[in-house]
Design a protein around this ligand. Structure first.
Ligand SMILES: [Zn+2]
Length: 98
């Protein structure tokens, strides 16, 4: 059960990190408008392409339509967010068990 909580915290942190990356690259107004899309072909991403880090494994770091590589900074933000989520969740859950 505790491992599931850690996985959820990692995914949630990864999603927040991904959003922070979008805000950093596009700015607040463009980040809040419209859906995520491929920077090369412009195709809007499906829901399963938005799952942090798992989409990288499934798509091997490339756009499903045009095959262009996704910038590494995108995954860098997701990894940083997931690590931050785990850094918060692990001590919280371990202290709650004492
Ligand atoms: Zn594309």
């Amino acid at each position: 059960m505790i491992v599931v909580a850690w996985c959820l915290a990692g995914l949630f942190g990864g999603a927040l990190g991904s959003f922070a990356g979008v805000v950093a690259s596009r700015g607040w107004q463009k980040a809040l408008r419209g859906r995520s899309h491929c920077d090369v072909c412009g195709r809007e991403l499906e829901w399963f392409e938005l799952v942090p880090l798992l989409s990288f494994i499934a798509l091997r770091g490339r756009c499903r339509t045009c095959g262009s590589p996704v910038a590494w900074r995108v995954y860098g933000w997701e990894v940083a967010g997931a690590a931050l989520g785990l850094c918060v969740a692990i001590p919280l859950t371990l202290t709650a068990l004492r």
